[in-house]
Design a protein around this ligand. Structure first.
Ligand SMILES: Cc1ncc(COP(=O)(O)O)c(C=O)c1O
Length: 400
């Protein structure tokens, strides 16, 4: 099938909810994607923080093939060896809590919402069901995840949202303290807000938020769907910041491209889910779990996080060098290999020019370019991406 045929079929038979670029990728290897005409593209989006170990990673492919040859699916009415092993590995890599497996980020957050409300109701009776979220958050597209997403543009036309979600301004610890009333069971946050433009909390904010939640008996819930799995230079971004969530949600990079989500909750919070309260037919699928075990082997290997940090610094230094020759770059920020560059103008046309020149990047929040390359990206690929980007930025912002 040609790319043009794929585009025509998609437009004819699929719903119009995605604004797709007119490009059809048919193959990938490492940090590279290839379209139907064989044109190479450097992938600095990684399927939006999914392809942690690069495309066609041999270890992941081997794990998938081996498991697929043995058993594709078994109901969660039974025990699943790859799922059992992954539960242990994820618990040990995160908070030591108990794990629930699902298929996506939004489902992981749905689960966290259910755990928070049910746990609160079990322990303290009804009425303490409110969830506090941050302005600019993104927690998913199902009604629970969407209700927790404090960005009105995603709600438009889909109202009413679920009741019991309160939004507080970003970075304002006083506002958070005031919002954490005795009707609140949980505070949800992303350690770095991805979809709203790689927004970083002010220094010390998360530590203060954690101690407020502890003092008031409110669950401190980290959505690490984008930041987790080594992306920011530690298994969890919370570990770099020095906070310990009661509940953490993961998905995206967990299985390097196969659909898998997970929730890790401490013993007390996890006790909310007893038989019959929650479930997922495909959650913790044997093949997805086998892929995730290969991902965990790679990201927890000695020296891996140090390399993520080093490469992130190399890329940021290169972005800074570009910014120094321009008048229209407002900020460069991020952690590890989750990096944003905020500019004066719209970044969609820049992302489109990058794509044309063979670099996949993402325009987030209107005026931010977001970079989420595979964590295995090589130095020379970083340098190549920087030179394509530099040429794709608008000529009028150039000062040197
Ligand atoms: C922080 C965060 N939470 C939740 C989600 C939703 O994940 P999914 O698209 O797998 O449902 C995303 C996706 O972009 C995300 O970045």
């Amino acid at each position: 099938m040609t790319g043009a045929e794929a585009i025509a079929l998609t437009e004819r038979y699929q719903m119009g909810n995605y604004a797709r670029f007119p490009v059809t990728f048919v193959r990938g290897e490492g940090s590279w994607l290839y379209d139907d005409a064989g044109k190479p593209y450097l992938d600095f989006l990684g399927g939006i923080a999914v392809v942690l170990l690069g495309h066609a990673c041999p270890e992941v492919t081997r794990a998938i093939a081996e498991q697929a040859g043995k058993l594709l699916h078994v109901s969660n009415l039974f025990h699943v060896p790859s799922q059992a092993r992954l539960g242990e590995r994820l618990s040990l890599a995160t908070t030591g809590g108990k794990v629930f497996f699902c298929n996506s980020g939004t489902e992981a957050n749905e689960t966290a919402i259910k755990i928070a409300r049910k746990g609160s109701s079990d322990r303290r009776g009804p009425g303490r069901h409110e969830i506090v979220v941050l302005e600019g958050s993104f927690h998913g597209r199902t009604y629970g995840g969407l209700s927790a997403t404090a960005q009105p543009k995603f709600h438009q036309g889909f109202e009413p949202m679920l009741p019991g979600f309160t939004t507080v301004p970003f970075g304002d610890i006083g506002a958070l303290e005031a919002a954490l009333t005795d009707r609140v069971c949980a505070f949800f946050f992303e350690p770095v807000q991805g979809e709203s433009g790689v927004r970083m909390h002010p220094q010390g904010y998360l530590k203060e938020a954690e101690s407020l939640c502890r003092r008031k008996g409110i669950l401190f819930v980290a959505d690490e769907i984008q930041t987790g799995m080594g992306r920011t230079g530690a298994f969890l971004a919370c570990q770099s910041v020095g906070v310990t969530p009661d509940i953490v949600t993961l998905a995206k990079g967990l299985a390097n491209g196969l659909p898998l989500g997970a929730v890790v909750a401490n013993e007390a919070a996890a006790a909310a889910l007893v038989p019959g309260t929650h479930g997922s037919t495909f959650g913790g699928n044997p093949v997805c779990c086998a892929a995730a075990l290969a991902v965990l082997d790679a990201v927890t290997a000695p020296g891996f996080y140090g390399e993520v940090v080093r490469k992130g610094e190399r890329f940021r230094a290169g972005l800074q060098a570009i910014a120094d020759r321009r008048s229209d770059v407002r900020d460069i920020r991020g952690m590890g290999l989750m990096i944003g560059m905020e500019t004066e103008g719209e970044t969609k046309p820049v992302a489109a020019r990058c794509l044309e020149a063979g670099l996949v990047v993402n325009a987030a929040a209107g005026n931010v370019l977001r970079f989420l390359p595979p964590l295995t990206v090589r130095d020379e690929e970083i340098d190549r991406a920087l030179s394509i980007l530099s040429a794709a930025l608008p000529a009028e912002g150039r000062t040197a």
